[in-house]
Design a protein around this ligand. Structure first.
Ligand SMILES: Nc1nc2c(ncn2[C@@H]2O[C@H](COP(=O)(O)OP(=O)(O)OP(=O)(O)O)[C@@H](O)[C@H]2O)c(=O)[nH]1
Ligand SMILES: [Mg+2]
Length: 300
């Protein structure tokens, strides 16, 4: 299956809500106030969010006026352009030019961190990189087991320790091993839940400090994983993680299971952090690099 077909299939539920209603709006009306009202409503229904929907509609109005667009067909092209533009914040590519480089994967429990790491590790290996996984979620024994399954599946090296070990110590081990084994990328899994949120944030900061100290010059990506099915809740989570440890990119998972894919626009528009990958299923090849144009094309 081609890249676009795969995205289309993964976004089918959202496409039904957004694309279906948009087809109706664009076929039945001229570009009047009713049209803009219906458009805003449709975007909100697909979880684009009030604020972001308003931004999109305002931008479209301005474009229609400036270019003196008349027909709904022209309006649709303009909307495509507006939505694509909204998704283009920052650089969606991973910056991993040092050897080793580090990817720290964070997010609340159950969003898909470990699964994403398995998929991403395999994909980086396919690109010729030597990848080491680090099981710094030591809160649950099953977390390490789960990462190990992914490591075996992808043929990737793994550093893990016993349940309850200080995650920063596991990270330290992994970074040392990465240097010794001349690895290109270390991908570090983290816990999504501890006894309380403050503990979690402190632990992530501690892991970050170990990376600062051990590999001060290494390229580092801090990927926040958000579950698309939780819709707007993800935005509040993102702000907390952003404050605690900085975020260089978002991975939006489970888009295949939801009609709320419009959340991508809210993430890009209100957080200003680039979406770097999207998760479209549970299998190894279900992680796709994010492409704003392809995403909008799949929806409209
Ligand atoms: N449909 C679908 N399911 C996904 C996707 N990504 C992850 N999942 C599923 O979501 C569930 C949770 O994924 P995990 O990778 O264990 O999540 P986690 O963030 O590591 O969870 P904790 O370790 O508990 O914090 C699993 O059943 C995954 O198969 C996706 O893109 N689509
Ligand atoms: Mg996990």
């Amino acid at each position: 299956m081609g890249f676009l077909d795969k995205i289309k299939q993964g976004l089918a539920k959202t496409q039904k809500v957004i694309g279906g209603s948009l087809d109706e709006i664009f076929s039945s009306s001229s570009l009047n106030d009713d049209f803009y009202g219906e458009l805003e409503e449709t975007l909100i229904l697909a979880d684009v969010g009030m604020e972001t929907s308003l931004h999109a509609v305002d931008a479209l109005r301005a474009m229609v006026k400036e270019r003196r667009l008349k027909t709904p067909e022209e309006g649709k092209d303009a909307l495509r352009e507006v939505l694509t533009g909204m998704l283009q914040v920052g650089d969606p590519a991973l910056h991993l030019s040092t050897n080793p480089a580090v990817i720290l994967v964070i997010g609340v429990n159950g969003v898909g961190k470990t699964t994403t790491i398995g998929k991403l590790g395999a994909s980086l290996k396919k690109d010729g990189k030597r990848v080491l996984l680090c099981a710094a979620d030591t809160f649950r024994a099953a977390a390490g087991d789960q990462l190990q399954v992914w490591a075996e599946r992808g043929g990737l090296d793994l550093i893990r320790q016993q349940e309850g070990t200080d995650p920063a110590a596991v990270a330290f081990d992994a970074l040392s091993a990465a240097r010794a084994r001349k690895m290109d990328v270390v991908i570090c899994d983290t816990a999504g839940r501890l006894h309380n949120k403050q503990n979690l944030m402190n632990e992530l900061k501690k892991i970050s400090r170990v990376i600062d100290r051990e590999l001060p010059d290494a390229d580092r990506e801090i990927l926040l994983v958000l579950d698309a099915t939780t819709g707007q809740n993800g935005l509040a989570q993102a702000r907390q993680f952003q404050e605690a440890c900085g975020v260089t990119g978002i991975v939006l998972t489970k888009l295949d299971g939801t009609a709320k894919g419009g959340i991508v626009f809210a993430v890009a528009d209100t957080l200003g952090i680039p979406v770097k990958y999207i998760g479209l299923g549970e299998q190894m090849d279900d992680l796709m690099p994010f492409d704003a144009q392809a995403f909008v094309d799949a929806l409209l």
